[in-house]
Design a protein around this ligand. Structure first.
Ligand code: ZN
Length: 317
């Protein structure tokens, strides 16, 4: 799948001027009117418009750059597409939203015509809960023309005939602890007390997890690699392992092999309640070979090695 830059054929660091220029050229070429309204041209035109809508706005472009294409389309992109898409895009028969293919009334999805605002959270934040700032896109009746829609875009220089203007408003939300990827809340339920709520009712806040260095995520399980000293692997004993809640102690068996994987049950991510409680953390143990030994340590290790060799020699006799 092409990203928005590729769709417009511009570089990642293109200026607004270059983006506008590329967009105009593409519109001329792919406008359905110029292509006998072929399905292909309609689709291309739709892609070009979507790419331009995001990249021509510095704020949404920044968000797009930091989230990446698929996450942006899935979550943030929907905010705009749903807000500014009229109901005719909603195909009534099959219960799918034409804009995003969201299934209507699906239990795990926010209502299709909600305005979706994503909130990115770190593992630490989902553990403790956090107050976050989100940007809510709002559509307001144009005060210049009194909100009159007009096919002639030159009539109103403020809304260009659309009858409404788009505006983004910051909102402070308090996301509770133990939340999870794609968990969603009606804005009114999480809005901070001091916020004055003048927001429409259909705004949904969706949690997205930020990846965290040192942990790999698969569904609700986490995976990490832990370096353990050669001595601890050989002799056994207590080691410390980082989890998303901080360090935890773990007792190693003597003679633990390199590459062994241990499971810390319930130390992963929280799951949606209907699936379960919490995922696990799997830690792969990797032997850390001692380096920079001083003379005394070197001698001790050499002596140890010698005894091992002696034992080998005896075994062979
Ligand atoms: Zn207007």
């Amino acid at each position: 799948m092409k990203n928005y830059y590729e769709i417009l054929g511009v570089k990642r660091d293109a200026t607004q001027e270059e983006i506008k220029h590329a967009y105009r050229n593409l519109v001329k070429k792919f406008h359905p009117d110029a292509n006998h309204h072929s399905e292909e041209s309609k689709e291309q035109f739709q892609q070009i418009s979507e790419a331009y809508q995001v990249l021509s706005d510095e704020e949404s472009r920044k968000q797009y750059d930091s989230w990446g294409h698929s996450a942006y389309r899935k979550y943030a992109g929907q905010a705009s597409r749903h807000t500014w898409q009229e109901d005719e895009d909603y195909s009534r028969e099959n219960g799918h939203c034409g804009a995003c293919q969201t299934k209507k009334d699906s239990e795990d999805e926010p209502p299709p015509h909600s305005i979706r605002v994503a909130v990115k959270m770190s593992y630490q934040e989902i553990f403790t809960g956090a107050v976050k700032s989100v940007e809510v896109p709002l559509k307001e009746s144009c005060s210049s023309c009194g909100g009159k829609q007009d096919a002639d875009s030159s009539k109103c220089h403020v809304c260009h005939g659309k009858g409404y203007v788009e505006r983004k408003q910051q909102a402070k939300v308090r996301i509770p602890a133990r939340t999870y990827e794609r968990c969603f809340y009606p804005l009114a339920d999480v809005l901070c007390e001091e916020e004055e709520s003048s927001f429409p009712e259909n705004i949904i806040v969706i949690v997205l997890l930020k990846d965290q260095k040192g942990f790999e995520r698969k569904n609700y399980h986490l995976y990490s690699v832990q370096q353990v000293s050669y001595m601890a692997m050989a002799l056994g004993g207590e080691i410390e392992i980082p989890t998303i809640e901080g360090m935890t102690k773990y007792r190693l068996e003597p003679g633990t092999r390199n590459g062994a994987r241990i499971r810390l049950a319930g130390q992963g991510l929280w799951m949606p309640p209907k699936i379960g409680n919490r995922g696990d953390l799997y830690v792969t143990l990797q032997v850390e070979v001692p380096r920079k030994l001083n003379e005394k340590q070197q001698a001790a290790l050499q002596a140890f090695w010698d005894t091992m060799r002696e034992e080998d020699a005896i075994m062979k006799e």
